[in-house]
Design a protein around this ligand. Sequence first.
Ligand code: 13P
Length: 252
Amino acid sequence: MRKQIVAGNWKMNKNIQESIQLANEVVANVQGLTLNNTRVIVTPTFVNLTEVVRATDGSAVEVAAQNMHQAKSGAFTGEISAEMLTSLGLKTVILGHSERREYFGETDAILAEKVNAALANNLEVIFCFGEVLEDRKSDNHFNVVESQIKNGLFHLEASAWENIVLAYEPVWAIGTGETASPEQAQEMHAFIRKIVADKYTTEVAENVSILYGGSVKPSNSKEIFSKEDVDGGLIGGAALNAEDFIALVKSF
Ligand code: 13P
């Protein structure tokens, strides 16, 4: 059965002291909850991973990285490898976020290499994709999403999908306060599940968690998360304070 996931993407926010404090608050609040089938993930910047891993140790809160390089090691100044992440005890990495695609030139081809490197190191991948506003306005959003998923993931064997989580993040909804309506999210998520089923099997498609991201907040999360094919959220702004983030976890 697929899991429900609430993952906080802290992006380039929170220094070391703030990261530890937020992690401690999330852990303290999650302790009192019955999580059932829900995973809670926090994603600090690289430099704060070690301390956040320490702060969450022994709790139900998982820690993931926001990115990684595709190469094993070598002369890639400023980069971080998959093995460096696993050596910290991490089990999950976000790849393909639209901010990486847009500001750091990450193409579908680079992302396919990153996915391979992550999986080869036994890292689970939260794979992000989503259309920009012009694509939605011109009714091209299904094509864009299909091609991002196809180019980034459809070279994988069916068995590799055990370690894939999908995150649909329409770019026009990220950090803008404008959320996709629950119906728009459901429509896209159902489409995604169908293309995965068509390429692989219904079983693969039914088992993959598909998260929605883009201005999810406590005031709208219940409605979005209640949709049949929405298995949780990848949260930016609302993950930066424990109260809002925990309210999102509770909306399951
Ligand atoms: P916001 O929740 O701030 O819109 O960000 C979403 C996001 O990009 C998560 O990865």
